[in-house]
Design a protein around this ligand. Structure first.
Ligand code: KG4
Ligand code: ZN
Length: 335
């Protein structure tokens, strides 16, 4: 089964053709990053308008690269949430219309199910149950993915305030760095000593796995404000290194704790923050220490893409699932 996937939940217009076994035949992403960068964050209205412009040619290009005509496609999948309302509606409406016009089955896909499916693109399925950490600009969630048709997802933890990528972006702004903040922080942190400044570890008082980054962000703000009041110059690279270490230690601690608590047989990392080499390498090393299989997809499939949506959709379509033609876009859709 070849499925055309469409993803427009945030600032990437993406289309891909994937088989139900997870083979990626094409994956095209038209990034809007440059359009939003001057605003220091994503402007929803700009995102919607750009999806409208970019989606038809992105989808055609995905079909062309896969060497497919519409007669070779057996289903259409599109993200129906969570995400920006206007942005979601563009992709969802386009995908429904495309499927309807060609009498193809259609399925709406939860963006987070997509991120978790990304770990099995062009890759043998992970042993189940596995713990999946989705770390991006919009999400910081730990899931337990159990065997089943379709797979069974349990949300083990999410963030009580900022998503981890959002925290990187906000701290980067405080340090006067460019958007998106994650890569900027990683770059300046470089090989700087991360222990010169001690930030509090963002742990929950109740010992739960929940994430929270607002305290850490406030600690950085105090440091920057205090230095400014005293007329001192702060060493941004040192602050970035300490902040990055505190966040990554927290992600690793909670992911491994979740694995232990649920006797998981593997650990997967995905989402845009997985682009952080320090996170990927440290998590891989920690997993190796306890002989835990660890997998993180190539970065192009960690960040928002349509191949992951096509695979999650293809799996459901091949089980006979279909979405109603009036399926709505749901900005805060849960998994
Ligand atoms: O998954 P993604 O491309 O978009 C969504 O949020 O859905 O993730 C983007 C987020 C941004 O907040 C960005 O700052 C963060 O991922 N990010 C990073 C790195 N590269 C991107 N965070 C830390 N280190 C990085 N190298
Ligand atoms: Zn995402």
């Amino acid at each position: 089964m070849n499925v055309l996937g469409i993803e427009t939940s945030c600032d990437e217009t993406a289309a891909a053709v994937v088989t139900a076994s997870g083979e990626v035949l094409s994956s095209i992403v038209a990034s809007q990053l440059k359009l939003h960068a001057p605003y220091g964050g994503i402007v929803p209205e700009i995102a919607s308008r750009q999806h409208l412009r970019d989606l038809p040619r992105t989808a055609s290009e995905a079909m062309r690269r896969a060497g497919m005509e519409w007669r070779d496609i057996q289903g259409v999948a599109a993200t129906c949430g969570p995400g920006l309302m206007g942005a979601l509606m563009i992709g969802l409406s386009w995908a429904k219309a495309a499927a309807w016009a060609r009498a193809l089955p259609f399925i709406g896909v939860n963006h987070l199910e997509g991120h978790l499916a990304a770990v099995e693109l062009n890759q043998a399925p992970l042993p189940r149950p596995f713990v999946g950490l989705v770390a991006s600009g919009g999400h910081t969630s730990l899931y337990l993915v159990a065997a089943g048709q379709p797979a069974h997802y349990s949300l083990l933890a999410s963030t009580r305030d900022d998503a981890v990528g959002e925290a990187f972006d906000k701290v980067a702004k405080l340090l006067g760095l460019s958007y998106p903040g994650g890569p900027a922080i990683e770059r300046i942190a470089g090989k700087r000593e991360p222990d010169k400044i001690k930030f509090p570890q963002p742990r929950m008082k109740d010992g739960s796995l929940a994430f929270s980054y607002s305290g850490l962000k406030t600690a950085v703000r105090y440091l920057v404000d205090k230095a400014r009041q005293r007329g001192e110059k702060i060493d941004s690279a040192e602050v970035a290194a300490a902040f990055q270490q505190a966040v990554i230690k927290d992600l690793i601690h909670k992911s491994l704790k979740a694995v232990k608590q649920h006797d998981a047989r593997a650990l997967a990392l995905t989402g845009g923050v997985a682009a952080n080499r320090f996170l990927r390498q440290t998590l891989a090393a920690e997993a190796e220490k306890i002989s835990l299989p660890f997998y993180c997809p190539p970065i192009e499939w960690c960040t928002d893409n349509a191949a992951m949506i096509a695979l999650a959709g293809a799996r459901r379509l091949s089980l006979g699932e279909r979405s109603a033609w009036d399926l709505p876009a749901v900005p805060n859709l849960q998994l």
